[in-house]
Design a binder for this molecule. Structure first.
Ligand code: VNL
Length: 201
């Protein structure tokens, strides 16, 4: 189960309370493996029960309440390495955009182009977000990464950063590919934006 791997990976940056796991998750690894908070909390409890995480009660507020701070156990670290050692399980394509595009002849007038424009807008937004993430990682100001780097010797940090950036370079390339694909679709539909003025002869 890959949510579990993402949580092990996140907690390898250091111990976090459940609330902070959810917070860090959505601003870091959640960009490559989305999961809602409603899945994160029960999974943390299962991982605790299975001994992959330890849970320490830490004070919360001023009224004697406590919250659980989760940390990787040695078994949790083994599980993280074991997961890295497993080959990826590729799944057959199930791509809603490609499926729909394959039958655009059924689209009411204007609808196919409108959907392709929405596709472009979605991936342009993702492209920008990804560029910002890459910048935050490279500058080492991303809070999750900054915590993580504190656990490494200076000479190891470069590689730790590079792998995170590498993951987002893949996401960036995909966003650009999706934008190019949808623009090609607009051309096929005869809806491509005309250049402002014709090329001078
Ligand atoms: C980390 C930080 C991971 C920022 C990220 O995505 C990220 C991390 C994979 O140090 O775990 O965007």
């Amino acid at each position: 189960m890959t949510l579990r791997s993402a949580l092990l990976a996140l907690l390898s940056s250091g111990p976090l309370t459940g609330y902070d796991v959810a917070k860090h998750f959505s601003s870091s690894v959640g960009h490559v493996w989305h999961a809602p908070d409603s899945q994160i909390y029960p999974e943390l409890r299962k991982m605790l029960a299975e001994g992959l995480l330890s849970g320490q009660s830490v004070p919360w507020g001023t009224r004697g309440a406590t919250k659980t701070e989760y940390a990787l156990t040695p078994d949790g670290e083994d599980a993280l390495r074991e997961w890295q050692s497993q080959p990826l399980a590729y799944v057959r394509d199930r791509d809603p955009a490609r499926l729909k595009a394959a039958y655009f002849e059924w689209a009411p007038p204007g609808v196919a182009a409108q959907q392709l424009r929405a596709h472009i807008a979605h991936y342009e937004e993702q492209r920008l977000q990804t560029l910002h993430m890459i910048e935050a990682l490279e500058r080492r100001v991303h809070p999750t990464l900054a915590r993580r780097l504190g656990r490494y010797a200076e000479e190891e940090r470069e590689q730790v950063v590079r792998f995170k950036v590498f993951a987002y370079e893949g996401q960036l390339a995909r966003a650009e590919q999706e934008i190019a694909w949808a623009k090609r679709g607009l051309q096929i539909l005869g809806e491509a934006e005309r250049p402002e003025s014709p090329d001078p002869l």
